[in-house]
Design a protein around this ligand. Sequence first.
Ligand code: HEM
Length: 436
Amino acid sequence: MGMSSHCTWGQGLWSYYVGQRPSGKPWWTKLRPFLAGGKSLLLIKSFKDMPMPASTGVVFANGERWKALRRFSLATMRDFGMGKRSVEERIQEEAQCLVEELQKSQGALQDPTLIFHSITANIICSIVFGRRFAYRDPDFLKLLDMFYQSFALISSFSSQVFELYSGFLKYFPGTHRQIYRNMQEVKDFIGHSVEKHRETLDPNAPRDFIDTYLLRMDKEKSDPNSEFHHQNLINTVLSLFFAGTETTSTTLRYGFLLMLKYPHITEKVHKEIDQVIGSHRPPALDDRAKMPYTEAVIHEIQRFGDLIPMGVPHVVIKDTKFRGYIIPKDTEVYPILNSALFDSRYFDTPDTFNPNHFLDANGALKKNEAFIPFSLGKRICLGEGIARAELFLFFTTILQNFSVASPVAPEDIDLTPQECGVGKLPPVYQIRFLSR
Ligand code: HEM
C-alpha cells in the first residue's frame, strides 16, 4: 500500500501493486510520459453533471482546447507577473493587509481557515478581476463560503460513495446537488464581473486576465473554431479559483498546525527570518535562496500535508506497457501522489514531519525527485510558481510579525485529517497570532 497512515480512507481500498514491493524504478518515473500525455484529465464524477459542459475551462478541457487555454493562461499570468505589477508585489501587498488584520485580533484565539481562504482567493481575484476584496466584503465572503463548502463536500465520504454509484445516485438529493448549486452561483458571480469588464474595456490597456481574454475573443471572433468564447472564459476563471484558492490556503492551514505542534521548528524559522530579512522590510522571493531551512520547512509541510493524496485522475492515451501488464488505451489511472510523498526509499522517516528530508549535511536545500505535490508531466499544476510564491511570502510574513500559540499542549495536538478524499484537510484548530 502506498497510503499515508494519516489517510485512513485509503487503507484496504487501493493497492497499486500486489505482493512484494516491486524493485526498480517507482511508478511515477515510468508512467510520467503517459500520464502527462496532454490528452485527457478524467473528470471527478461529482463534476460531470455540473452546470457546464464538462470539457470546458483549462482544468477540464482536453486536446487542442486544453493546449490553447493552458498556453493562454500561463502566458497571461506571466504577463501580469512581469507587467505593471508583478504577482510578487500583489502577494506582498496581500501579506501586509493580512498582518494588519491579524494585529487587530490582539492575540485572541481564532480558527485561521477563513483568513487563509481570503488571502489566497484575493491573489486569484487580483490576477483575474484586477482587484482584491476587503476581508469583510459580503460578496467576497459568500464566494469563499461556496468554495470551501464544495471542497469539503467533494472530499467527504458521501462524495466518495457518489463516485462509486453516481449513475444511480445522481437522481437523488445529496452532496452533488449542493456542489452543483454552489458552482452555479460562483459562475453567476464571474459572469457578472465579465459583463462589467466588457463595459469598461480599453483595448490598449488590459487590466487583468479577463480583459486579456476578452481582447483575444474579439480578435478571433470571425473564427468559428476559436477556443476563445464566453463559456471557456467563465470556466477557465472558475478553474483558476477552484484550483488556486483551497489548495494553497489548506496547505497554509496545515503548515501553521504543524508550527504549533513543533515549536522548536518554528523557533528555527523565526531565527532565519530575523537573520536574513530582519523586521524592517517585507520578505521577498529573492530571500528564498538565502533561507534553506524555511524552504525545507515549506517543502516538508507540502509533503506531509499531502494535499491531493490520489492526484487527479487521468486516462492513458495509448495502450501502455507497465510492469509486464498492458494498460489499455482510455483506462483511468490515478497517480497516487502520496505513494511518492511517503516513499521510504526517498524520505528517511516518511511518517514524521521532518524538514531534514530536504536538507543536506551542510544545511543547504536538497532537492528530492519524489517531491511531487504538484503532480508531474505536461499537466503539472499550472499555478505551481504562484503557489510556491504565496506559500513562501505568506508564511514568512506571518512569522516575521507574529509568534504563534495554541491552547493545546504540543504533544496533545492531533494531526489526524478532518477529511481525506480528493483533498486531505487538516483538523479544525484554534491559534493565537501574537505580535513579536
Ligand atoms: C499548494 C498549492 C497547490 C497544489 C498542491 C496544487 C496541485 C495541483 C495538482 C496535483 C494538479 C493536478 C495535475 C495533474 O493533472 O496531474 C493541479 C492542477 C492545476 N492547478 Fe494546482 N495546485 C496548487 C495551487 C494552484 C494555484 C495557486 C493555481 C492557480 C493560480 C493552480 C492552478 C492549477 C490548474 C489550472 C491546474 C490544471 C492544469 C491542467 O490541467 O493543465 N494550482 N494542481
